[in-house]
Design a protein around this ligand. Structure first.
Ligand SMILES: Cc1cc2nc3c(=O)[nH]c(=O)nc-3n(C[C@H](O)[C@H](O)[C@H](O)COP(=O)(O)O)c2cc1C
Ligand SMILES: O=C(O)C(=O)c1ccccc1
Length: 389
């Protein structure tokens, strides 16, 4: 029996009978402001901030807002099923939690709390290479849930090999390789506040616990933490990499590989030619290239180029259930959500992340039903129009 995500809406209605309001708002766009009040401008500036003047983050929102759903009527939507098949697995809904580094700046329970919340809802949690908790410990928190590992492809090949070996041993099945961060971008909000958490060693847990990483240090981490941080900064990514290098990953990872940060159709074709399994159309939530194409505007071109060869996922700007619907209509098989769950974590730990997932999926379920669909499979370009068109 498929789970009816809208049950959450009814739970909240029932709470209404007792006057018990939900602990967090159900309009997730309010979470950023609440988190800033709770945690102060440093951490929230880091999470909310983006590249340059923020134009790409704004474009991400505008491209989703501009597209409008055209609901269809009288289509028997009383039984609904949000599940999708993705990379050879059945998922209960077309949603995953995006990889986000340094989660301990939001909440001491950090990645294990987010992973438990995702597992409780059956949604994959993509663990960042730059997590504040070692991958083995997060894997334990995930229980039987789907484990995906995001790779920042380290410059040092032995560290790269070691990460892949550790991730496989810890039960991660899919590898999400982020291509859009060979360098960190110009981020005025962080620069002006002098708030760069990894310079204080946050987000280095996978590195500092790694034997190959430690072998490259002159002194143990605890004897010279600054040198360890600088070693991390110098090797966490490699701007010299090119497409033929992907052969290394294909040879050293036997599960699905998804390339994250693909916006150009030709790059999507190169990904398919390199034997990859999927791409995430993403501009890193507007955090890398200012003035870049909105992710939702890049999505249809990538779907046209490789939709029949690769699993096309989407992120950057998703805030509501109707945003998820729009991404599906533009051809994504599933979406990743970033900042909203991070605020949920900051405000209420595991429960806050669960709240965000349940709100998004309840709203998606209702949007599907009210637009004439019983599941994600039938949603397509005909369900959208452009504002003013
Ligand atoms: C604070 C923060 C840290 C992030 N860290 C990573 C990371 O470690 N690895 C990665 O691939 N993407 C990272 N991202 C990008 C997200 O995976 C995702 O692409 C983005 O947040 C999606 O946009 P949204 O926040 O608008 O949903 C980070 C994003 C944020 C906001
Ligand atoms: O801030 C980011 O967007 C990001 O991807 C990152 C990179 C290195 C460490 C932590 C997060």
């Amino acid at each position: 029996m498929a789970k009816h995500w809208a049950d959450f809406q009814y739970e909240i209605y029932l709470n209404g009978m007792t006057g018990a309001v939900p602990r967090l708002p159900t309009d997730l766009s309010r979470l950023e402001e609440l988190t800033e009040r709770r945690l102060g401008p440093g951490p929230v500036g880091y999470v909310a901030g983006s590249a340059g003047d923020g134009s790409t983050a704004r474009a991400n929102r505008a491209a989703l807002d501009r597209r409008r759903i055209v609901p269809r009527m009288l289509r028997d939507v009383h039984e609904r099923d949000l599940s999708v098949e993705l990379l050879g697995r059945q998922l209960p809904a077309p949603l995953a939690l995006a990889p986000v580094g340094v989660l301990s700046i939001m909440h001491p329970d950090a990645e294990p709390a987010a992973a438990r919340a995702a597992a409780a809802q059956g949604v994959p949690f993509v663990l960042s290479s730059a997590s504040s908790t070692p991958m083995e410990q997060v894997a334990e928190a995930m229980g039987d849930a789907e484990r995906w590992f995001q790779l920042y492809w380290p410059k040092d090949v032995e560290v790269a090999r070691s990460f892949l070996t550790r991730a496989k041993a810890a039960g991660y099945t899919a590898l999400v390789v982020t291509l859009d961060t060979p360098l960190l971008s110009w981020r005025p909000r962080d620069l002006d506040q002098a708030y760069l958490p990894f310079l204080h060693g946050v987000g280095t847990a996978n590195y500092f616990s790694d034997p190959a990483f430690r072998a490259g240090l002159a002194k143990p981490v605890h004897e010279d933490p600054n040198a360890a941080v600088m070693h991390f900064v110098g090797m966490f990514a490699d701007p010299a990499k090119t497409w033929p290098d992907l052969a290394f990953l294909r040879e050293n990872w036997d599960g699905p590989i998804v390339l994250k940060g693909v916006c150009h159709p030709d790059d999507a074709r190169l990904a398919a030619d390199a034997g990859m399994d999927g791409v995430v159309v993403s501009n890193h939530g507007g955090r890398q290239v200012a003035g870049a194409v909105a992710a939702a505007d890049a999505l249809p071109g990538v779907v046209r180029a490789v939709g029949d060869r690769l699993t096309v996922l989407f992120d950057s700007g998703v805030r509501t259930g109707d945003d998820v619907f729009k991404a599906l209509a533009l051809g994504a098989r599933a979406v990743l959500v970033g900042r909203p769950y991070v605020y949920g974590l900051g405000l209420d730990g595991q429960a806050g992340v669960e709240h965000v997932i349940r709100c998004l999926l309840a709203e998606l379920d209702l949007t599907l039903a009210l637009s004439g669909h019983s599941g994600p499979g039938t949603v397509g370009p005909d369900d959208l129009t452009e504002a003013g068109a």
